[in-house]
Design a protein. Sequence first.
Length: 224
Amino acid sequence: MPNPAPEPADLLAAVRERIAHAARIARRDVEEITLVAVSKTHPAEAIVPLIHAGQRIFGENRVQEAEAKWPALREAHAGIELHLVGQLQSNKAEEAVRLFDCIHSVDRPSLVAALARAMDKAGRQVPCFIQVNIGAEEQKGGCAIADLSALLAEASAATLPVIGLMCVPPAEIEPAPFFALLDKLAADYGLANRSMGMSDDFETAIMLGATHVRVGSALFGGRD
């Protein structure tokens, strides 16, 4: 007889304990670390049990998917904070500013300009991370390290509220050097936050300075 699937509350408790354990080893305050539960591709019925278990911060990859799922969920459950963790097209900037409370994937001047215009129009400032292509991978989004200084200057000139840096390290390679590099870049530019680490490596990211970890499969199981 197969084992029953673990309860969402138990999965959430296990992830929180892993975060707390990594914070203790790193001699960091666990309150400095934000768990973003990445609910992309998962339906509302998979999300509600985590809300009932106390999780309030969720991440989505696509504006369209968030528009379909979250207005009703937010109406039914108080205190939800929604983060955009996937790539954003400039023509979706207005929808993103309306829907999300934080944007992790700002990576080019055209998007800086589009988001600044959208925030001015909405009268709403949404905190942003600059995504850095930390492994210089052609197929990945993110600003090249060499272009980071110029992009941060453009964001500052546009009064875009940049609070930190984000990265997705290369797959199948030890992530620690990439996390350490993002941590150094954030420190060099005086940015307080680092969005880095996912289900398989968030403990390593916490040891190297992560303030926001983006965890999907450890909370929701695999995706179709």
